[in-house]
Design a protein around this ligand. Structure first.
Ligand code: SF4
Length: 451
């Protein structure tokens, strides 16, 4: 038996890919280890969407390179950075043995076998195989699981590298997804999150009359044969699964059908993570986001009209090239007006090979950082206020495990994805419990189990 240490950067999709890499490596007898010192294979699953993740990867790669001088092991690099910079990685990091992309994960065992024989492997393919392979998986979680349902993205946001490293949208067949969820249910998983870079476009490409040309920039077919809403309905009857979530949506594809389905089906959690990115129409147009602030607001109103307790969370980028103070303040205003339940924020960082990276009107780092600080303080206040409204309410919590901050306590999430910490018996892990909320913080709640 050999051991693999895997380090994952970036989003949930990358984390889900890493679980598949572990599943594939298990087939050639590599078992996961949490210690890099014990590893026969060190694997980096990379992300280039944020500069910080990219920097962290190169720093960790350097550390692995130094360790390798004292003890031989293989080093593999997969994910978005590998897809984007394969030749550069091979040339500048001679101690890297394997470079593979986001579209050929299924060949990882073959690459490792070659590397074991001393061959350096660099294989990137630009397109996913026509028939999406069903990959084995070793889960890193016990109660909640990620399930990839669509890969790639058809949009071309001017700051984003995903379309060039992940390719165009490709959906898995509903039957294959259901089979995977039935297995998860039989293993005791209680919650699944359907994943995709643009999960709300799920299924459109599976229709017989699908046209690649039409699909560019977010086409929504009339009366689609397959859709995310239909998928949620199709998997809803899997016994044992108590909650269904989806991540990450695009505002353009949040249809009435989807909102009504989530409102109607009890296992579909009323939680919408729908990145808005900016509250200013000029910036949104330059980002090529294909909606206006008003259109986003209408979508949020519709969700809240059907589900008054639904949570809507978002991502925002500040300091996009050319963003004026006034345009930035439009973002601040919309964060307050829409009363988001939580937001991820980032200062714009130019990603190589994206249109916005070479625009001349880049914003100074000092200005970006100042805007980021200000927006974060507004977001903290908004979410703390929202959390305070949950004081003394009773929330249904799926107990996921021990609290990260205090091993003696338990933690889980509300249906709206808010983290709740509380005291309780470890036997509760994996079950739904009612918790009375006693304390509200900006990003989490504390409570007591009601027996
Ligand atoms: S919707 Fe835009 S930001 Fe999201 S993955 Fe697609 S191109 Fe990137």
């Amino acid at each position: 038996m050999k051991q693999v240490y895997i380090e994952t950067f970036g989003c949930q999709m990358n984390k889900a890919d890493s679980e598949h890499m572990l599943g594939l490596l298990d087939e050639i007898n590599y078992k996961p280890t949490e210690s890099i010192d014990e590893a026969d294979l060190v694997l980096f699953n990379t992300c280039t969407i944020r500069e910080s993740a990219n920097h962290k990867f190169y720093s960790q790669l350097g550390i692995a390179g130094k360790l390798k001088k004292n003890k031989p092991f293989l080093i593999g690099v997969g994910g978005c950075a590998a897809q984007d910079k394969k030749d550069w990685l091979m040339k500048n990091f001679p101690y890297v043995d394997i470079v593979f992309g986001t579209n050929n994960i299924q060949s990882l065992p073959e690459f490792v076998k070659k590397a074991e024989k001393g061959e350096r492997v660099c294989e990137i393919v630009n397109e996913l195989p026509f028939e999406l392979p069903e990959l084995p998986v070793i889960r890193q979680t016990k109660v909640t699981a990620w399930v990839n349902v669509i890969l790639g993205c058809n949009f071309n946001c001017t700051y984003c590298i995903v379309p060039s490293v992940r390719g165009r949208e490709r959906s898995r067949k509903p039957e294959d997804i259901k089979k995977e969820i039935e297995i998860l249910a039989s293993q005791g998983f209680k919650e699944i999150t359907l994943l995709g870079q643009n999960v709300t476009a799920y299924g459109y490409d599976l229709a017989l009359n699908y046209s690649k040309e039409k699909a560019v920039f977010g086409h929504i077919p009339d009366d689609p044969e397959y859709s995310l809403a239909k998928l949620i309905r199709y998997i809803h009857d899997v016994d044992g699964i108590e909650r269904i979530r989806f991540l990450t949506g695009h505002p353009f594809h949040v249809t009435d059908e989807l909102i009504e389905t989530v409102a109607e089906l009890p296992k579909a959690c009323e939680y919408f993570h729908i990145p808005m990115q900016s509250g200013d129409d000029t910036v949104l147009r330059r980002m090529a986001r294909v909606y206006t602030a008003e259109k986003y607001k209408k979508m949020a109103d519709k969700i809240r009209e059907k589900m008054p307790d639904a949570a809507i969370t978002s991502d925002f980028i500040v300091g996009f090239p050319g963003e004026t103070d006034e345009q930035f303040l439009n973002t601040v205003k919309i964060v307050k007006d829409l009363n988001f339940d939580g937001c991820n924020t980032a200062a714009y960082s130019p990603r190589p090979d994206t249109p916005a990276a070479i625009w001349e009107n880049q914003i100074d780092d000092d200005v970006k950082n100042e805007r980021l600080r200000y927006l974060n303080s507004v977001i903290n206040d908004v979410s703390e206020e929202k959390n305070k409204k949950r004081l003394n309410t009773t929330q249904e919590i799926l107990v996921e495990g021990n609290s990260q901050r205090n091993e003696e306590r338990l933690s889980g999430r509300t249906r709206t994805n808010v983290l709740v910490n509380f005291d309780g018996d470890k036997n509760l892990i994996g079950s739904l419990v009612n918790v009375k909320i006693k304390e509200a913080k900006p990003w989490s709640l504390d409570g007591e189990v009601i027996l």
